[in-house]
Design a binder for this molecule. Sequence first.
Ligand code: ZN
Length: 111
Amino acid sequence: MEPRGLYDKYIVQKANGETTDPDARYFVLRLDTDVHARRAAHAYIASVWKANPALAGGLASLLAGLPSLVEAACGHTVPIGETVLLRPDLCRLCLTCYAKFQDGTAPKEEA
Ligand SMILES: [Zn+2]
């Protein structure tokens, strides 16, 4: 499936119940599964640490508590717990691709 690109995936509201600025623009990142989001978060920490060390430290702690992401043989980057090791030497698939592999819907490699 092709990635969708930028679209309105989330509705943002303030946790304290205040209304958001109607002119504000937000960009939500999913840190537990998206390696690109993690890179962005690390860049944000580097940028904000001087102005707001508590925010930088809190975000760094959040990242440190997340499971490591691995690039599986199928090309997907996922938490290591969401992979299946097919061969002890190197071949690891994400759970989605492993399910397709199991039910035979995965595309076969050319011989
Ligand atoms: Zn996969």
